[in-house]
Design a protein around this ligand. Structure first.
Ligand SMILES: C[S@@+](CC[C@H](N)C(=O)[O-])C[C@H]1O[C@@H](n2cnc3c(N)ncnc32)[C@H](O)[C@@H]1O
Length: 272
């Protein structure tokens, strides 16, 4: 018997921890922590630069010879991929990236004085580096992994254009190998590549020992395929992940000591 998620809007979430997550993901500015709103205004210039870059990528005539270590694609055939198609179909959109930025900002600001530090974030799946740029501009230490050297080189070039290249650690290799060699300590891992159910379960299992205290995993595309849906159900059934939040086709996994077990499917407010 698989565990069921409770559908809730961000407003109806009772647990303060999940409420704070949910409102930064879904609520309008007037319901978001005011320090985050102030920083969002200050960060407008970098957001504009990132979105201008995204627009350029969507018009680009470049191609990348890719090495695909993922679960295949519904959009691409062959190994030569048009950058404009990658930009249109593969990357997280602006709204999702900004929601992640807000959550990370809030978590960073909400740390107790004695725990104050830059949050460390791992993105598994760099692609053109657009979401990486948002994660980095949230003031986090960001490391990002990509299996395809040409794609990683392309992303680095994008960070140079944004002036972010010094801040981002980029590693090239397959997730499996990189996971074995990382010491970890991540506050958040965004698993945004290799959307295959069995591979996802293996990576998430490995990540349990690689998260810092209170760290979490965000898995992309948990309803993308039959295999991914099955993987998500198995993750819900794993007692280790006592708090889960499904949001816009992605799943947040938390292991929170002393928390009441909760599995929430967050209703979406905005059309993204
Ligand atoms: C969906 S894209 C990432 C999008 C990016 N996070 C963004 O929103 O801007 C997934 C990337 O993961 C890489 N990838 C997929 N499976 C991989 C694996 N097993 N090891 C390493 N990289 C992988 C692909 O080459 C692809 O560029």
């Amino acid at each position: 018997m698989f565990k069921k998620e409770k559908r809730k809007s961000w407003r109806s979430v009772q647990s303060p921890f999940i409420f704070n997550l949910a409102r930064h993901l879904e609520a309008g500015s007037r319901y978001v922590d005011e320090r985050v709103v102030a920083d969002e205004v200050e960060s407008n210039k970098i957001f504009k630069n990132i979105e201008n870059l995204r627009a350029d990528l969507k018009r680009s005539t470049d191609t990348i010879a890719v090495e695909d270590h993922g679960a295949g694609s519904r959009v691409f055939k062959g190994s030569s991929r048009k950058v404009r198609k990658i930009a249109k179909h593969v990357l997280q959109g602006e709204r999702v990236a900004k929601s992640l930025w807000k959550v990370l900002k809030f978590w960073g600001m909400d740390l107790e004085e004695k725990d104050k530090r830059q949050l460390s974030v791992l993105e598994m799946g760099t692609s053109l580096g657009v979401t990486t740029a948002y994660l980095s501009s949230a003031g986090c230490d960001v490391e990002t992994w990509e299996g395809c050297q040409n794609t990683a080189d392309f992303a680095r070039n994008n960070w140079i254009k944004l002036g972010l290249e010094e801040k981002i650690v980029s590693k090239v290799g397959k997730f499996e190998g990189l996971l074995k060699s990382t010491k970890g300590g991540w506050d958040m891992v965004f698993l945004d590549g290799h959307h295959d159910g069995e591979a996802t379960l293996r990576y998430v299992e490995e990540l349990k020992s690689k998260l810092g205290k209170g760290g979490c995993v965000l898995v992309d595309d948990v309803v993308w395929s039959k295999g991914m849906k099955m993987a998500w159900r198995q993750l819900l059934d794993d007692p280790y992940w006592n708090v889960t939040v499904r949001w816009r086709g992605k799943g947040w996994l938390f292991h929170i000591g002393g928390a009441v077990e909760q599995h929430i499917a967050l209703s979406c407010v905005f059309k993204f």
